[in-house]
Design a protein. Structure first.
Length: 573
DNA sequence: GCCGTTTTCGGCCCGACTGTTTTCAGTCG
């Protein structure tokens, strides 16, 4: 039973209880525990075995027993079975449909025996639902539309795909001159690799006009709601965008509030309560008897200052220790994009890239880098058209020529060598040692057993000529699960062999994840942030790698490509 | 169901929008 599975069951339990209209705070307790476990690094099985579950926040006697039961019975227990008999799991999926909450779902289930999307669609084709109390024509129509959009877009969106669209919308709104301040908040401001929607916050002297403009932008496909201070639309790409209008005096508080995360906000508000303060999206208020006196809210730092905190960067506002670190004045000094001195994972026409060595080096120079590493594939995979042992010598000569030709940037001769199924590398040590920089990576047989995959990677990084393990888990967001790897073992081996781990910036990979990066940092492992660019404009994806690193609490000193050229070479094993 | 510098009871974040309700419930963030 992994943590995610237990978290899922706790979430399902909460959903069932909600449909049953159980005590809302009991529901909330299950929900909170679910969220907490989802992001927990320690193995929940181990904690259960050692009787340490109750040391986790939000987990008391009841939940600890429930979790223990689930683990002992491999994902179920009498209580959960009983609940599932009352409300089937297939019904819970329907909660993901916009506008369909527990109350309405209960009616659909009890009166119409709806238990699946298929049955719901069938019901919507009849007129039966109209006869139900509180279900007018509009409600039914909205549900039909929500079902349709649920069917076409049921995943989260990738940051790298959506960020340009978000900026485009901000530009359009700014252009109107109706907006004085504007900020995209939510998970996008926190730099999450996947985002659910856009949360756009503005101040304006003509809110109604801005909302009107917002709902009629060319990117909008549907207006979900439209009020005096906020509106929600669905964009043509299927992603939702929220616009909220606030007063200038509340802008900072609102930016903080809508940036989240929810868990961070709740923690902060609890701190405020202890100080007899109240924090909401309108500001910070001091309680004086029955009345509230506003003491801040125009700037975001007002909110933090009220509870004696320094400003905390959005990327780490996940309630994972940042508040405690802030109180102790021990916040990390997070890495910045301008700290990056090189991109050291680039492909060219020598394998599956689209540009020449020279063109890629010039793209690096344009970004102000001191050096780049060309790292074409050496792989048995035909599709990559990479470096065979026979081509290595001419590839190295080509890099040398390019290096002499280009001014103002140094080019390292690198390679991204395949880790074969048996843990050996595609090129011999004799060839590997000719390179300045060797990245090793898995590109085939991604679905091995955990033990075998861990052994495979450990063997690869044990090779003295391998400097970097590239995209260690091979995940593709929304597309491919990460390979099964015992990271504890892999990280120990990386530490022992001084192997650098890559944070791949390509927005579909983002690999290592921020969580994993933070863990690696805690073990003293060095990392490198690279783009894996296959075209010259891909080098700009570095910002997504840096934002991911920031989410992993990484500082400049944790990342080797912040080092100047000479020191970088020395940092390689 | 959890929690406690107001600890074994009584809180637990809260405001905006929609639809069909004529004063509010449901949903969302």
């Amino acid at each position: 039973m992994d943590n995610k599975k237990i978290a899922q069951i706790l979430g399902q339990t909460a959903d069932i209880l909600e449909i049953k209209e159980a005590n809302p705070w009991r529901i909330n307790a299950y929900r909170q525990a679910s969220h907490y476990l989802e992001n927990l690094e320690q193995d929940i099985n181990l904690m259960a075995k050692e009787n340490k579950l109750k040391t986790l926040p939000g987990i008391g006697t009841g939940l600890a027993n429930y979790i223990k039961d689930l683990i002992a019975n491999n994902g179920t227990c009498p209580e959960f079975e009983k609940l599932k008999k009352q409300v089937p799991l297939s019904l819970l999926k329907l909660l993901e449909i916009e506008g369909l909450g527990p109350k309405k779902l209960k009616i659909l289930f009890k009166k119409f025996e709806i238990t699946s999307l298929y049955k719901l669609e069938k019901l919507l084709k009849t007129k039966k639902l109209y006869q139900e109390e509180n279900w007018g024509e509009k409600s039914v129509q909205n549900l039909i539309e929500a079902v349709n959009s649920y069917k076409s877009f049921r995943h989260r969106f990738l940051l790298g795909e959506m960020e340009p669209l978000g900026r485009e919308i901000v530009q359009e709104l700014k252009k109107s001159k109706l907006v004085s301040q504007i900020e995209i908040c939510g998970s996008m401001r926190r730099g999450k690799s996947t985002i659910g929607d856009f949360d756009i916050l503005i101040t304006s002297s003509q809110p109604l006009k801005v909302i009107k403009l917002f709902t009629t932008l060319k990117q909008v496909s549907k207006v979900v709601n439209q009020g005096k201070t906020k509106s929600q639309v669905v964009l043509k790409q299927g992603i939702k965008a929220d616009l909220r209008v606030v007063k200038k005096s509340s802008f900072g508080a609102a930016v903080h509030y809508f940036t989240g995360s929810k868990a961070h906000n709740i923690s902060l508000r609890k701190l405020a309560q202890k100080k007899n303060l109240r924090i909401n999206e309108y500001g910070v208020f001091k309680k004086k008897g029955q009345t509230l006196k506003k003491i801040g809210g125009e700037r975001e730092k007002d909110v933090f200052k009220a509870v004696d905190l320094p400003w905390i960067p959005p990327e780490i506002r996940e309630n994972k220790g940042e508040i405690m670190a802030g109180l102790k004045n021990q916040l990390p000094c997070l890495i910045k994009l301008k700290d990056i001195k090189a991109d050291a994972h680039l492909h060219t026409k020598w394998s599956d890239g689209e540009k020449t060595i020279l063109e890629m080096a010039q793209a690096g120079k344009k970004l102000g880098y001191e050096y780049v590493a060309i790292t074409d594939h050496a792989s048995p995979l035909g599709m990559v058209q990479g470096l065979t042992p026979q081509r290595v010598a001419s590839y190295l000569r080509a890099i040398k020529r390019a290096n002499q030709k280009v001014k103002g940037i140094k080019i390292l001769a690198g390679v991204e060598v395949d880790i074969m199924k048996n843990g050996r590398l595609y090129l011999s040590d004799y060839l590997l040692k000719k390179f300045d920089l060797v990245l090793a990576a898995v590109h085939s047989s991604l679905k091995m057993e955990k033990k075998a995959m861990t052994k495979r990677l450990c063997q690869a990084i044990n090779n003295p000529w391998v400097h970097v393990l590239a995209h260690p888990t091979n995940r593709l967001l929304n597309k491919r699960e990460p390979s099964k790897i015992d990271l504890r073992v892999l990280f120990q081996q990386a530490k022992k062999t001084k192997t650098i781990l890559e944070l791949n910036s390509f927005w579909r990979r983002v690999d290592l994840s921020s969580q994993q990066a933070r863990w690696a940092k805690e073990q003293g492992i060095k990392m490198i942030i690279s783009t894996d660019a296959h075209n010259s404009n891909n080098l700009e994806l570095m910002k997504y790698g840096v934002i991911n690193a920031r989410r992993g609490w990484l500082e400049k000193k944790d990342v080797v490509n912040t080092l100047p050229y000479d020191k970088f070479l020395k940092a390689l094993k």
